[in-house]
Design a protein around this ligand. Structure first.
Ligand code: SAT
Ligand code: MN
Length: 594
């Protein structure tokens, strides 16, 4: 497929280590893809679903011990430990290469090495970057074919350049004690071994498009962020673009594909999806920030997705889709998950592939009793999405009017607030916190600080990452305004107060009105919040102006507790936290004590 010496030498070197029976280049053609699907169905790696209900859709189950990203086994291997920072796990690159080489040794024996040339971003655009992933898993190949742009044209675009990200993946024995997801940003290299799950193995996604790309972005003066991108079109046909960072499994896909509430729909408002997970952002010639989604598909959380919560996502999964770890309805050979509807299948296999009894479902033990794993996923083509933006394949991206940070907080954070300026906005991002979800291995529901939703994804020191944000601010004459939202505030009984989903558009409308200078706000110790009556609640049952007032209230005492927690977190990050952020922290504390 290529004469590129650096590509061929690298593949040979890796093949010598992993020792495959044969090497197959993935060309992106439908014939080859179809042959791979057929093979995966033969081995049982995939199960074809009901072709009428779900044309060209498949079910896959990962190993029971391999259902989420593993942050404690994810490493940044820079030459010095300081460059990886204190938040990342670090291993010396040489030590890591040696250690993993032993795990890779002969791991492809009896198997095929698939070579996947892929582009993050539209092939050949200024934004795009090329990677090559070597894998022993057809499941990975088929997912990469949906999630990225794969094929011969990528290799042609690379030409004889050595500028590509070298990704090596082996499911190997899928032994969790020997599972490693390692990044060598100084070598443009990713090594992943002993996993077959999503973010651990689809190397274009978190590994490349966030960890390696954030490192490159700092070096080259751009940003790789864990953000959705959406366009909000007004009745006059003008579209304003917003990017938003939320931790994994906090509703990025839902916000990106939002359906406007009736009042806005009737008036002619529309929402368009550019991306649901990752944004690569640069300063444009006009001094604004321009963003692209480097992915080509969605790896979305299945549970909770239904006609009402996310109609567009549901439609996106109706064809050419791979479902991972969902419940298998045997009566009509289709799929099901908690929150799809109120009709759990009576004759079904759970995500582990065992006979499943829906009457035994226990909310307190979701992993043990649910039909679908809480982190079960769909891999769906962006082009299937009914609300995909006409700018999805734009070479220059879309200009950002606002950036939103958000977390899952039962208390403390109000429904929405606006930062005073870029520096303060960077501070607001840096103090983001959220309750943990099933997207990563570990306890669920614990509050942890997750700056810019990038805690598990920055490929270098977190303090340097904050400094990069501040530096970028100096290069953007027309910077977007920065906001923070929290859809997840609960009452004393633990019920969500805000309806969320499509109604989040009401908050986006306030945000855009602020960006256009069309509405006032109230200054508080933490930033600007709306006047309660400026959040449109027309058509909402159960929500009054008083509810909004409650959602916008700021409890100084719990914020002061947060301040202490932030101090400890900054201290944990260490010396490289910029002085400007300590200044902002001091201002916040003083404001709260006033
Ligand atoms: O597993 S992935 O990293 O691909 C999805 C997520 O956690 O956001
Ligand atoms: Mn994500």
């Amino acid at each position: 497929m290529t004469n590129n010496k650096s590509v061929l030498n690298w593949i040979n070197e890796m093949a010598e280590m992993v020792n495959p029976d044969k090497i197959v280049w993935i060309d992106g053609s439908e014939e080859q893809t179809e042959a791979l699907r057929a093979e995966a169905c033969k081995t049982g790696e995939l199960e074809p679903l009901n072709a009428e209900l779900y044309p060209n859709c498949y079910l896959h189950r990962t190993a029971v011990n391999d259902v989420a990203r593993v942050e404690n086994r994810t490493f940044i291997c820079t030459r010095t430990k300081e460059d990886a920072g204190t938040i990342n796990n670090w291993m010396d690159p040489k030590e890591c290469y040696d250690k993993l080489s032993k795990l890779y040794k002969n791991s492809y024996q009896g198997k095929t090495m698939y070579v996947i040339p892929y582009s993050m971003g539209v092939v050949g655009s200024d934004f795009a970057k090329i990677g090559i992933e070597l894998t022993d898993s057809i499941y990975v190949v088929l997912n990469m074919l949906i999630m990225t742009r794969v094929g011969k044209n990528v290799i042609d675009a690379l030409g004889d350049s050595a500028d590509f990200v070298k990704g090596l993946h082996a499911v190997a024995e899928c032994d969790e004690e020997k599972r490693y997801i390692c990044h060598f940003p100084e070598d443009n290299t990713i090594w992943s071994v002993n996993s077959g799950y999503g973010g651990n193995v689809l190397l274009g996604k978190k590994c490349f498009a966030l960890r390696i790309a954030s490192y490159l972005g700092r070096k080259e003066g751009w940003m790789a962020e864990h953000m959705l991108i959406l366009g909000l079109e007004n009745p006059q046909g003008e579209v304003k673009y917003i990017s938003a960072a939320f931790p994994s499994a906090c509703g990025k896909t839902n916000l990106a594909m939002l359906i406007p509430p009736e009042i806005y729909k009737k008036a002619g408002y529309k929402v368009w999806t550019v991306g649901d997970d990752i944004a690569w952002i640069r300063v444009g010639e006009d001094g604004r920030l321009w963003a692209v989604n480097p992915e080509n598909g969605f790896f979305g959380v299945a549970p909770g997705t239904n006609e009402h919560s996310n109609y567009n996502a549901l439609m996106t999964t109706k064809k050419n889709c791979i479902f991972t770890n969902v419940c298998h309805d045997l009566d009509n050979n289709s799929v099901w998950w908690e929150g799809l509807d109120n009709n759990p299948p009576k004759n079904a296999l759970n995500w582990r592939g065992e006979k499943w009894d829906y009457t035994k479902y226990d909310k307190a033990d979701k992993v043990g009793t649910s039909g679908a794993h809480p982190n079960s996923r769909f891999t769906a083509m962006a082009s299937n999405c009914p609300c995909i933006s006409s700018e999805f394949n734009s070479l220059k991206g879309v200009p950002l009017t606002a950036i939103i940070f958000g977390g899952r907080r039962a208390k403390t954070a109000p429904l929405v607030y606006e930062s005073r300026n870029w520096q303060h906005g960077t501070f607001v991002g840096s103090i983001m916190a959220s309750e943990t979800t099933a997207a990563a291995a570990g306890a669920v529901g614990v509050v942890r600080r997750d700056p810019m939703a990038m805690r598990p994804f920055v490929g270098y020191d977190m303090g340097d990452y904050f400094a990069h944000w501040l530096n970028m601010g100096k290069k953007i004459p027309n910077a977007p305004k920065i906001f923070h939202v929290n859809w997840f505030r609960t009452d004393d009984e633990g019920h969500f107060i805000w309806p969320g989903f499509g109604d989040n558009m009401r908050v986006l409308m306030w945000i855009l009105a602020r960006c256009a200078g069309e509405v006032d706000a109230v200054e508080t110790p933490i930033g600007f919040v709306p006047k309660a009556e400026d959040i449109n609640i027309e058509g909402l049952e159960d929500v009054t102006v008083d509810t909004i007032r409650e959602l916008l209230s700021i409890d100084n005492a719990s914020w002061l507790e947060d301040v202490e927690n932030i101090k400890a977190f900054y201290k944990q990050i260490g010396e490289r936290v910029p002085a400007e952020l300590y200044d902002e922290l001091a201002i916040l504390e003083a404001n709260l004590k006033k």
